[in-house]
Write a new protein. Structure first.
Length: 414
């Protein structure tokens, strides 16, 4: 049966999405404590982890966008400390940090290699099973005895491929030309036997899951339908969107297509998802039943990996903002800069701001600022946001060299 549902103006859909992601109430006043950080993580749903550090690590930025000047060290403790409340998993939405109570929801994926492990790891494991039988068990024994360890510290026999060796797993791409111990430990990580116990200079430290995660979490039973619970969490976090936005490859948890269809239908039947037709979106949309359309008066610089905007098509539909990350674009082809953050003001994306933290000079550099056509006067709120980010990053200086009219006006501001 074809659904349509309530007509939702795109401006309302945009406000619903922003509210679901924690922007409707504005930033909290006063000290940002763990309770507020915990709440923000649940609004966001996942914190994507990425190695790019031109500004700061990607997982730190979504909480700054929503909370302001919070402690990154405190988030590290929540992520990898002895009383951790988050855990890392690769096949949620890419590499990501999630609340530890979600761990049981992923057990069924961990037990199915084809769901848990990236294809390159599966191919590598097929070779290891043939060429080095028992090697994975040796890696696990090494971690059991000596963990937590980095992948480079794990190899039980010190046999390492040279960088000049040909890729033994054709078709996986050069970025997957890993040492055998790395392939083995990533397999153990994907299947839940080991987890990321910490980070050393941002390099993963692997240890037994039973040693790293709270016992209460590990002993929690798996729900009867964990994929449905993941869909509920995703729908609550995005507020409104198509089935693909909620459950697809650009969603929070990437459900298999057939499973997603079943779950969407069941959540509509129970009234948890309300069919909607969003203005300008041809596909059927669904609104989480608890969402509210209310005014949004936000001010935030958004990470390229922020869940609000990581679905670029949805970003264009809801905000009229065509956005693509530029870090993989050749320098001669970049238009707006290298590490470009959209600037959210009110309920609209109104500018693109290229940012870099020059740690040698303790300076936040702003080489490019590009307002959207018809954007309101941004000088005061954008300067306030840049100064707040400078403080949050522990930098001493803010240097704006952008040559646009807005950039030049900010550069001479007192």
């Amino acid at each position: 049966m074809k659904l349509h549902g309530d007509d939702v103006p795109v401006a309302a859909a945009r406000r619903i999405a922003l509210g679901a992601q924690g922007f409707a109430g504005g930033r909290p006043a006063g000290r940002i404590d763990v309770r507020r950080m915990r709440s923000a993580v649940r609004d966001v749903g996942v914190l994507q982890v990425d190695a790019v550090n031109v500004l700061t690590r990607a997982h730190y930025l979504p909480l700054f966008s929503r909370l302001g000047d919070y402690s990154r060290e405190r988030l590290d403790q929540l992520s990898w400390g002895p009383k951790r409340e988050l855990f890392e998993y690769f096949w949620a939405h890419k590499a990501a940090l999630l609340p530890v109570e979600y761990f049981p929801l992923f057990r069924h994926r961990m037990s199915a290699t084809e769901l848990a492990a990236p294809w390159a790891v599966i191919v590598g494991m097929q070779r290891l099973a043939k060429d080095r039988p028992g090697f994975v068990d040796q890696v696990l024994a090494t971690i059991t005895e000596r963990g937590p360890l980095t992948a480079g510290e794990i190899s039980p026999d010190d046999v390492r491929r040279k960088r000049t060796d040909p890729d033994p797993d054709p078709g996986t791409g050069t970025m997957w030309n890993w040492q055998d111990a790395k392939i083995a430990v990533e397999y153990l990580f994907a299947t839940g036997v080991v987890t990321i116990a910490g980070r050393r200079n941002f390099e993963r430290l692997y240890d037994l899951t039973e040693r790293a995660l709270p016992a209460a979490v590990l002993e929690s039973p798996e729900p009867d339908d964990p994929e449905k619970e993941l869909a509920r969490i995703a729908a609550r976090s995005i507020g409104i969107g198509t089935a693909g936005d909620i459950c697809g490859s650009r969603g929070h948890y990437k459900l298999p297509t057939a499973t997603a269809r079943r779950i969407i239908a069941e959540l509509v039947e129970t009234g948890e998802l309300v069919p909607a037709q969003v203005e300008g979106v041809s596909k059927q949309s669904y609104r989480w039943h608890e969402t509210v359309d209310r005014p949004v008066n936000a001010r935030a610089l958004l990470s390229p990996f922020d869940p609000l905007i990581w679905n670029r098509d949805r970003t264009q539909q809801y905000f009229g903002f065509f956005y693509r990350i530029s870090i993989y674009t050749p320098a001669t082809e970049r238009i707006h800069g290298y590490y470009v953050l959209p600037f959210l003001l009110g309920d609209k994306l109104v500018a693109r701001v290229d940012l870099k933290a020059d740690r040698a000079t303790s300076t936040l550099l702003v080489p490019t600022i590009t307002p959207e056509p018809g954007a309101p006067d941004l000088a005061e709120p954008l300067l306030a946001e840049l100064r707040l980010m400078t403080t949050w990053l522990g930098l001493e200086n803010l240097r704006i060299t952008a040559t646009s009219p807005l950039g030049r006006s900010l550069a001479i501001a007192p």
